[in-house]
Design a protein around this ligand. Structure first.
Ligand code: ZN
Ligand code: MG
Length: 376
Protein backbone atom coordinates (compact mmCIF):
# COMPACT_ATOMS: atom_id res chain seq x y z
CA UNK A 1 0.00 0.00 0.00
CA UNK A 2 2.99 2.27 0.45
CA UNK A 3 3.22 2.46 -3.35
CA UNK A 4 -0.22 4.09 -3.44
CA UNK A 5 0.90 6.93 -1.20
CA UNK A 6 4.34 7.59 -2.61
CA UNK A 7 4.34 8.46 -6.30
CA UNK A 8 7.64 10.34 -6.47
CA UNK A 9 10.91 8.61 -7.48
CA UNK A 10 12.60 9.62 -4.18
CA UNK A 11 11.58 9.63 -0.53
CA UNK A 12 12.95 11.92 2.14
CA UNK A 13 12.62 10.56 5.64
CA UNK A 14 12.87 13.43 8.02
CA UNK A 15 12.02 14.41 11.59
CA UNK A 16 9.43 17.02 12.52
CA UNK A 17 10.69 20.57 12.39
CA UNK A 18 13.28 20.10 9.65
CA UNK A 19 13.08 22.59 6.79
CA UNK A 20 14.07 21.11 3.44
CA UNK A 21 16.49 23.13 1.33
CA UNK A 22 16.17 22.47 -2.44
CA UNK A 23 19.92 22.72 -3.10
CA UNK A 24 20.65 20.14 -0.39
CA UNK A 25 17.98 17.83 -1.79
CA UNK A 26 19.61 18.13 -5.22
CA UNK A 27 23.02 17.12 -3.83
CA UNK A 28 21.42 14.20 -1.93
CA UNK A 29 19.83 12.87 -5.13
CA UNK A 30 23.13 13.26 -6.94
CA UNK A 31 24.90 11.20 -4.23
CA UNK A 32 22.73 8.12 -4.83
CA UNK A 33 24.49 5.68 -7.16
CA UNK A 34 24.48 1.96 -7.87
CA UNK A 35 26.01 1.08 -4.49
CA UNK A 36 24.71 3.99 -2.45
CA UNK A 37 21.07 3.48 -1.59
CA UNK A 38 20.77 5.83 1.39
CA UNK A 39 22.06 9.40 1.77
CA UNK A 40 22.02 11.11 5.15
CA UNK A 41 22.37 14.78 6.03
CA UNK A 42 22.24 16.46 9.42
CA UNK A 43 19.14 18.25 10.63
CA UNK A 44 20.01 21.19 12.85
CA UNK A 45 23.42 22.57 13.79
CA UNK A 46 25.21 19.36 14.95
CA UNK A 47 27.14 17.32 12.36
CA UNK A 48 26.43 13.61 11.87
CA UNK A 49 28.94 11.01 12.93
CA UNK A 50 29.39 7.72 11.07
CA UNK A 51 29.42 4.51 13.08
CA UNK A 52 30.19 1.04 11.78
CA UNK A 53 27.31 -1.41 12.00
CA UNK A 54 27.46 -5.17 11.84
CA UNK A 55 24.20 -7.12 11.93
CA UNK A 56 24.83 -10.67 13.10
CA UNK A 57 21.43 -12.35 12.84
CA UNK A 58 22.92 -15.76 13.61
CA UNK A 59 23.93 -14.45 17.01
CA UNK A 60 20.92 -12.13 17.37
CA UNK A 61 23.35 -9.24 17.80
CA UNK A 62 23.97 -5.73 16.48
CA UNK A 63 27.51 -4.38 16.85
CA UNK A 64 28.35 -0.73 16.45
CA UNK A 65 31.98 0.27 16.13
CA UNK A 66 34.93 1.54 14.19
CA UNK A 67 34.83 -1.52 11.90
CA UNK A 68 32.32 -1.92 9.11
CA UNK A 69 32.57 1.52 7.48
CA UNK A 70 29.63 3.86 7.75
CA UNK A 71 26.64 1.71 8.66
CA UNK A 72 24.70 4.09 10.84
CA UNK A 73 24.89 7.74 11.87
CA UNK A 74 24.74 9.38 15.24
CA UNK A 75 22.74 12.58 15.43
CA UNK A 76 19.48 13.85 13.96
CA UNK A 77 19.46 12.90 10.28
CA UNK A 78 17.31 13.25 7.21
CA UNK A 79 17.54 10.23 4.90
CA UNK A 80 16.98 10.19 1.17
CA UNK A 81 16.23 6.97 -0.69
CA UNK A 82 14.86 5.90 -4.05
CA UNK A 83 11.20 5.06 -3.54
CA UNK A 84 11.64 1.65 -5.19
CA UNK A 85 14.39 0.79 -2.68
CA UNK A 86 12.10 1.73 0.19
CA UNK A 87 9.28 -0.40 -1.28
CA UNK A 88 11.66 -3.33 -1.51
CA UNK A 89 12.41 -3.33 2.21
CA UNK A 90 10.66 -5.93 4.35
CA UNK A 91 10.00 -3.26 6.96
CA UNK A 92 9.74 0.07 5.12
CA UNK A 93 7.84 2.03 7.77
CA UNK A 94 9.09 0.57 11.01
CA UNK A 95 10.22 3.10 13.59
CA UNK A 96 12.63 4.39 14.76
CA UNK A 97 12.94 4.73 10.98
CA UNK A 98 16.65 5.58 10.80
CA UNK A 99 17.69 2.55 12.89
CA UNK A 100 15.32 0.33 10.91
CA UNK A 101 16.74 1.51 7.58
CA UNK A 102 20.37 1.21 8.74
CA UNK A 103 19.80 -2.41 9.80
CA UNK A 104 18.09 -3.39 6.56
CA UNK A 105 20.64 -1.51 4.45
CA UNK A 106 23.44 -3.36 6.24
CA UNK A 107 21.74 -6.75 5.68
CA UNK A 108 21.49 -5.96 1.96
CA UNK A 109 25.03 -4.60 1.68
CA UNK A 110 23.73 -1.16 0.71
CA UNK A 111 26.05 1.79 1.13
CA UNK A 112 25.13 4.76 3.27
CA UNK A 113 26.66 8.14 2.42
CA UNK A 114 26.76 11.16 4.68
CA UNK A 115 26.83 14.72 3.32
CA UNK A 116 27.94 17.60 5.51
CA UNK A 117 25.50 20.22 4.40
CA UNK A 118 22.09 19.60 5.91
CA UNK A 119 18.78 21.14 6.80
CA UNK A 120 18.09 23.78 9.43
CA UNK A 121 15.52 22.81 12.00
CA UNK A 122 12.80 25.00 13.41
CA UNK A 123 13.42 25.85 17.07
CA UNK A 124 11.74 23.13 19.08
CA UNK A 125 9.03 24.29 21.47
CA UNK A 126 10.15 24.49 25.09
CA UNK A 127 9.71 21.08 26.64
CA UNK A 128 9.35 20.20 30.28
CA UNK A 129 11.47 17.50 31.93
CA UNK A 130 8.34 15.36 31.85
CA UNK A 131 8.03 15.78 28.07
CA UNK A 132 11.68 14.89 27.63
CA UNK A 133 11.19 11.77 29.76
CA UNK A 134 8.05 10.83 27.81
CA UNK A 135 9.83 11.24 24.48
CA UNK A 136 12.74 9.11 25.64
CA UNK A 137 10.57 6.37 27.03
CA UNK A 138 8.54 6.19 23.82
CA UNK A 139 11.76 6.00 21.75
CA UNK A 140 12.95 3.20 24.03
CA UNK A 141 9.78 1.20 23.62
CA UNK A 142 9.72 1.68 19.84
CA UNK A 143 13.35 0.57 19.68
CA UNK A 144 12.47 -2.48 21.76
CA UNK A 145 9.67 -3.36 19.33
CA UNK A 146 11.98 -2.88 16.37
CA UNK A 147 14.62 -5.20 17.86
CA UNK A 148 11.94 -7.80 18.47
CA UNK A 149 10.84 -7.48 14.84
CA UNK A 150 14.39 -8.10 13.58
CA UNK A 151 15.19 -10.75 16.19
CA UNK A 152 17.94 -8.71 17.84
CA UNK A 153 18.52 -9.60 21.50
CA UNK A 154 21.74 -7.68 22.09
CA UNK A 155 23.17 -4.37 20.90
CA UNK A 156 26.86 -3.82 21.58
CA UNK A 157 27.55 -0.09 21.44
CA UNK A 158 30.76 1.51 20.27
CA UNK A 159 32.01 2.08 23.82
CA UNK A 160 31.26 -1.53 24.77
CA UNK A 161 28.02 -0.80 26.60
CA UNK A 162 25.35 -3.42 26.00
CA UNK A 163 21.61 -3.14 25.52
CA UNK A 164 19.76 -6.42 26.06
CA UNK A 165 16.32 -7.20 24.64
CA UNK A 166 16.14 -10.93 25.27
CA UNK A 167 15.00 -13.18 28.04
CA UNK A 168 15.78 -12.66 31.71
CA UNK A 169 14.93 -14.26 35.04
CA UNK A 170 11.37 -12.89 35.01
CA UNK A 171 10.54 -13.66 31.38
CA UNK A 172 10.06 -16.93 29.56
CA UNK A 173 12.82 -18.70 27.67
CA UNK A 174 13.36 -17.37 24.12
CA UNK A 175 12.65 -20.72 22.48
CA UNK A 176 9.95 -23.36 22.90
CA UNK A 177 10.14 -27.10 23.49
CA UNK A 178 13.18 -28.67 21.83
CA UNK A 179 12.12 -31.46 19.50
CA UNK A 180 14.55 -34.14 18.28
CA UNK A 181 17.40 -32.27 20.06
CA UNK A 182 16.98 -29.47 17.49
CA UNK A 183 15.80 -26.11 18.84
CA UNK A 184 13.71 -24.05 16.42
CA UNK A 185 16.31 -21.29 16.08
CA UNK A 186 18.68 -23.79 14.36
CA UNK A 187 16.05 -24.43 11.72
CA UNK A 188 15.82 -20.64 11.26
CA UNK A 189 19.57 -20.46 10.58
CA UNK A 190 20.35 -18.95 13.96
CA UNK A 191 22.32 -19.97 17.01
CA UNK A 192 21.39 -19.78 20.69
CA UNK A 193 20.24 -16.25 21.62
CA UNK A 194 22.93 -14.44 23.63
CA UNK A 195 20.54 -13.87 26.54
CA UNK A 196 20.00 -17.63 26.74
CA UNK A 197 23.73 -18.39 26.63
CA UNK A 198 24.22 -15.88 29.42
CA UNK A 199 21.47 -17.51 31.52
CA UNK A 200 22.94 -20.98 30.86
CA UNK A 201 26.38 -19.84 32.03
CA UNK A 202 24.89 -18.30 35.15
CA UNK A 203 22.85 -21.41 35.97
CA UNK A 204 25.82 -23.71 35.38
CA UNK A 205 28.05 -21.59 37.65
CA UNK A 206 25.42 -21.64 40.37
CA UNK A 207 24.85 -25.40 40.16
CA UNK A 208 28.58 -26.12 40.22
CA UNK A 209 29.00 -23.91 43.31
CA UNK A 210 26.17 -25.74 45.09
CA UNK A 211 27.52 -29.18 44.14
CA UNK A 212 31.05 -28.31 45.21
CA UNK A 213 29.72 -26.76 48.44
CA UNK A 214 27.89 -29.94 49.36
CA UNK A 215 30.63 -32.35 48.31
CA UNK A 216 28.85 -33.92 45.33
CA UNK A 217 31.33 -35.36 42.80
CA UNK A 218 30.34 -34.11 39.33
CA UNK A 219 31.86 -33.67 35.87
CA UNK A 220 31.07 -31.85 32.64
CA UNK A 221 29.16 -34.18 30.32
CA UNK A 222 28.23 -34.40 26.65
CA UNK A 223 27.99 -31.17 24.70
CA UNK A 224 29.11 -29.10 27.68
CA UNK A 225 32.40 -30.99 27.95
CA UNK A 226 32.75 -30.68 24.19
CA UNK A 227 32.29 -26.90 24.56
CA UNK A 228 34.80 -26.70 27.40
CA UNK A 229 37.48 -28.54 25.41
CA UNK A 230 36.70 -26.77 22.14
CA UNK A 231 36.25 -23.19 23.29
CA UNK A 232 36.07 -23.04 27.08
CA UNK A 233 32.42 -22.12 26.85
CA UNK A 234 28.92 -23.32 26.07
CA UNK A 235 28.77 -24.31 22.37
CA UNK A 236 27.16 -21.32 20.61
CA UNK A 237 24.19 -23.39 19.39
CA UNK A 238 23.69 -25.57 22.50
CA UNK A 239 20.47 -25.20 24.48
CA UNK A 240 21.36 -26.74 27.85
CA UNK A 241 24.27 -27.70 30.09
CA UNK A 242 24.93 -31.30 31.09
CA UNK A 243 26.72 -32.53 34.19
CA UNK A 244 27.29 -36.08 35.43
CA UNK A 245 27.07 -36.75 39.17
CA UNK A 246 27.81 -39.75 41.36
CA UNK A 247 24.40 -41.19 42.26
CA UNK A 248 25.51 -41.98 45.78
CA UNK A 249 26.42 -38.31 46.38
CA UNK A 250 22.97 -36.98 45.47
CA UNK A 251 21.76 -37.16 49.07
CA UNK A 252 24.58 -34.84 50.17
CA UNK A 253 22.95 -31.90 48.38
CA UNK A 254 19.91 -30.46 50.18
CA UNK A 255 18.38 -29.11 46.96
CA UNK A 256 18.66 -32.45 45.18
CA UNK A 257 17.13 -34.16 48.25
CA UNK A 258 14.25 -31.66 48.17
CA UNK A 259 13.85 -32.03 44.41
CA UNK A 260 13.09 -35.72 44.87
CA UNK A 261 9.85 -34.67 46.62
CA UNK A 262 8.91 -32.06 44.03
CA UNK A 263 10.16 -28.88 42.33
CA UNK A 264 11.83 -26.45 44.73
CA UNK A 265 13.05 -22.89 44.25
CA UNK A 266 16.32 -21.97 45.99
CA UNK A 267 17.21 -18.59 47.55
CA UNK A 268 18.51 -17.29 44.23
CA UNK A 269 15.42 -18.25 42.26
CA UNK A 270 16.81 -21.34 40.51
CA UNK A 271 14.32 -24.23 40.41
CA UNK A 272 15.50 -27.77 41.17
CA UNK A 273 13.40 -30.75 40.09
CA UNK A 274 13.49 -34.34 38.94
CA UNK A 275 12.99 -34.33 35.18
CA UNK A 276 9.65 -35.47 33.83
CA UNK A 277 11.48 -38.02 31.65
CA UNK A 278 12.69 -39.56 34.94
CA UNK A 279 16.06 -40.70 36.22
CA UNK A 280 17.83 -37.34 36.24
CA UNK A 281 17.65 -33.87 37.76
CA UNK A 282 17.10 -30.51 36.14
CA UNK A 283 17.94 -27.05 37.49
CA UNK A 284 16.06 -24.23 35.76
CA UNK A 285 17.26 -20.63 35.51
CA UNK A 286 13.98 -19.57 37.13
CA UNK A 287 10.35 -20.52 37.58
CA UNK A 288 9.41 -18.78 34.32
CA UNK A 289 12.62 -19.10 32.29
CA UNK A 290 13.19 -22.82 31.75
CA UNK A 291 16.81 -22.69 30.55
CA UNK A 292 18.42 -25.52 32.44
CA UNK A 293 21.32 -27.65 33.58
CA UNK A 294 20.73 -31.42 33.50
CA UNK A 295 22.34 -33.60 36.17
CA UNK A 296 22.83 -37.24 35.17
CA UNK A 297 23.37 -39.65 38.09
CA UNK A 298 25.88 -42.42 37.33
CA UNK A 299 27.22 -45.17 39.60
CA UNK A 300 30.27 -47.41 39.28
CA UNK A 301 29.88 -51.12 38.69
CA UNK A 302 33.06 -53.16 38.29
CA UNK A 303 35.02 -50.09 37.16
CA UNK A 304 32.38 -48.94 34.68
CA UNK A 305 30.16 -45.90 35.17
CA UNK A 306 26.57 -46.83 34.40
CA UNK A 307 23.11 -45.54 35.17
CA UNK A 308 19.52 -46.65 35.58
CA UNK A 309 17.82 -44.74 32.76
CA UNK A 310 19.02 -44.36 29.20
CA UNK A 311 17.35 -41.90 26.86
CA UNK A 312 18.84 -43.36 23.73
CA UNK A 313 21.05 -40.41 22.74
CA UNK A 314 24.10 -41.63 20.82
CA UNK A 315 26.47 -40.12 23.43
CA UNK A 316 24.51 -41.69 26.28
CA UNK A 317 26.85 -44.62 26.99
CA UNK A 318 28.71 -46.29 29.84
CA UNK A 319 32.36 -45.38 30.35
CA UNK A 320 35.33 -46.55 32.47
CA UNK A 321 35.42 -44.92 35.92
CA UNK A 322 39.14 -44.17 35.44
CA UNK A 323 38.10 -41.00 33.56
CA UNK A 324 36.85 -39.65 36.89
CA UNK A 325 39.84 -40.80 38.97
CA UNK A 326 40.58 -38.00 39.31
CA UNK A 327 38.46 -35.31 37.64
CA UNK A 328 40.40 -32.26 36.42
CA UNK A 329 39.60 -28.53 36.47
CA UNK A 330 38.58 -27.09 33.07
CA UNK A 331 37.80 -23.47 32.21
CA UNK A 332 34.14 -23.31 31.18
CA UNK A 333 31.64 -20.50 30.65
CA UNK A 334 33.67 -17.97 32.65
CA UNK A 335 34.42 -20.16 35.66
CA UNK A 336 36.20 -23.44 36.40
CA UNK A 337 34.31 -26.73 36.39
CA UNK A 338 35.55 -30.26 36.86
CA UNK A 339 35.75 -32.62 33.92
CA UNK A 340 36.96 -36.15 33.19
CA UNK A 341 40.72 -36.58 32.87
CA UNK A 342 41.67 -37.28 29.25
CA UNK A 343 38.59 -35.32 28.16
CA UNK A 344 39.41 -35.76 24.47
CA UNK A 345 39.47 -39.55 24.78
CA UNK A 346 36.29 -39.42 26.85
CA UNK A 347 34.59 -37.33 24.14
CA UNK A 348 35.70 -39.65 21.35
CA UNK A 349 34.30 -42.57 23.32
CA UNK A 350 30.96 -40.75 23.59
CA UNK A 351 30.68 -38.95 20.24
CA UNK A 352 33.12 -40.84 18.02
CA UNK A 353 36.52 -39.94 16.52
CA UNK A 354 37.11 -36.31 15.54
CA UNK A 355 34.33 -35.06 17.83
CA UNK A 356 36.44 -32.17 19.12
CA UNK A 357 37.76 -30.98 15.77
CA UNK A 358 34.62 -31.40 13.71
CA UNK A 359 31.76 -29.39 15.15
CA UNK A 360 28.29 -30.66 14.43
CA UNK A 361 24.74 -29.75 15.41
CA UNK A 362 23.23 -31.88 18.19
CA UNK A 363 21.18 -33.99 15.77
CA UNK A 364 22.85 -34.11 12.34
CA UNK A 365 20.03 -36.38 11.13
CA UNK A 366 17.73 -33.35 11.40
CA UNK A 367 20.16 -30.57 10.56
CA UNK A 368 23.83 -30.66 9.59
CA UNK A 369 26.25 -27.84 10.32
CA UNK A 370 27.61 -26.49 7.07
CA UNK A 371 31.30 -25.59 6.83
CA UNK A 372 30.65 -22.00 5.82
CA UNK A 373 28.55 -21.40 8.92
CA UNK A 374 31.60 -21.79 11.10
CA UNK A 375 33.37 -18.77 9.66
CA UNK A 376 30.38 -16.42 9.60
ZN1 ZN B 1 17.03 -15.78 25.73
MG1 MG C 1 23.01 -31.02 26.21
Amino acid sequence: VLELHIRTPYVLIVSDGARAVPAVLQSMMAALDTQTHVVAVPVGPSPLRCVGLRVDLRRWTLRYGAEGGCGAVEGTAALLMRSEDLFNLSYPTESPSDTSIFIQASLRGWKLRVLHRGFPSAPSPLSSPHDVWKAKSSTDSRRRRLMEEFGIKLEVLEDGRQRWYGCNKESQRCFGTVLARTPRYLLQGRWTPPCCLRALRETAKHVVEVLEGSGVRYWLEGGSLLGAVRLRDVIPWDYDVDLGVYRDDVAKCPWLREAQKGPVEDEEGFVWETAAEGGFFRVHYSRSNRLHVDLWPFFPRAGVMTKDTWLGHPQDVEFPERFLLPTVPLPFAGFTAMGPNNPRQFLELKFGPGAVEEPQYPNPAVLRLRREEMTQ
